[in-house]
Design a protein around this ligand. Structure first.
Ligand SMILES: *Cc1c(COP(=O)(O)O)cnc(C)c1O
Length: 217
């Protein structure tokens, strides 16, 4: 048993019950960035299998050994991806949450063709129209989705990180609406402080770091 994991699962189940949603339809991604294998192993041993990292290099250093030891690990990339790391990302990750520009569509399509492996992607939306923030502008979303379809990239949903310090609910609701408008089933939204709200507003994938691992140093 792992107390932080139990607590997060309880919170997740409670939010799902209120929203009339099934827990099995929700994916809890444990965001293990900055945390060493010693901190990750207790969660794996408690049954968690889906993890997320935000840097390709860090994930490459940590996960091959853990995967050799524990079968069935699913690894998600939740951080910005440089086009020149597309090959490595396609080899390492089972899902990419940060597709946000046409050049990355091209790079990922080429990498997936080369590897003969289709990795499901979320398109990251800059939901608060913030400067300096990753994600595609809402106005650019239709063209980016069309480009991804044209390149045969498997886009399964939309992802967002709402602006810090203000109520996230309107941004979650907006992402949910955009996903519905485009006929996409996946909504990657909600972190340690707000994943219940995200679940009530349609999240299918929640990305939880500090509530599972403690605050990052
Ligand atoms: C770090 C990170 C998270 C997890 O944040 P917590 O507040 O620690 O739960 C979720 N999503 C992304 C994109 C992140 O970079």
């Amino acid at each position: 048993m792992n107390q932080p994991l139990e607590d997060v699962r309880t919170r997740l189940a409670h939010a799902a019950a209120i929203a009339g949603r099934k827990v099995e339809e929700l994916t809890l991604i444990a965001i293990s960035k900055t945390h060493a294998a010693e901190a990750i192993v207790p969660l794996i041993e408690a049954g968690q299998r889906t993890f997320g990292e935000n840097r390709v290099q860090e994930a490459q250093a940590k996960w091959p050994a853990l995967r050799a030891q524990y079968p069935g690990i699913e690894l998600h990339l939740v951080g910005q991806l440089q086009s020149n790391k597309a090959d490595e990302a396609v080899a390492l990750f089972d899902c990419i949450h940060s597709l946000d520009r046409p050049s990355l569509v091209t790079a990922l399509a080429r990498a997936m063709d080369k590897a003969a492996r289709r990795v499901p992607c979320f398109v990251q939306v800059n939901i608060g129209a913030e400067e300096q923030k990753g994600g595609c502008a809402i106005a650019d979303l239709p063209a980016l989705l069309a480009a991804a379809r044209g390149a045969d990239l498997p886009v399964i949903g939309l992802m967002c990180v709402p602006p810090a310090g203000i109520e996230p609910a309107p941004f979650f609701a907006l992402l949910d609406k955009l996903a519905a408008d485009h006929g996409l089933a996946g909504r990657s939204m909600g972190m340690s402080d707000d994943f219940e709200t995200a679940i009530m507003l349609g999240a299918t994938h929640v990305r939880v770091g500090s509530a599972l691992f403690g605050v990052r140093g």
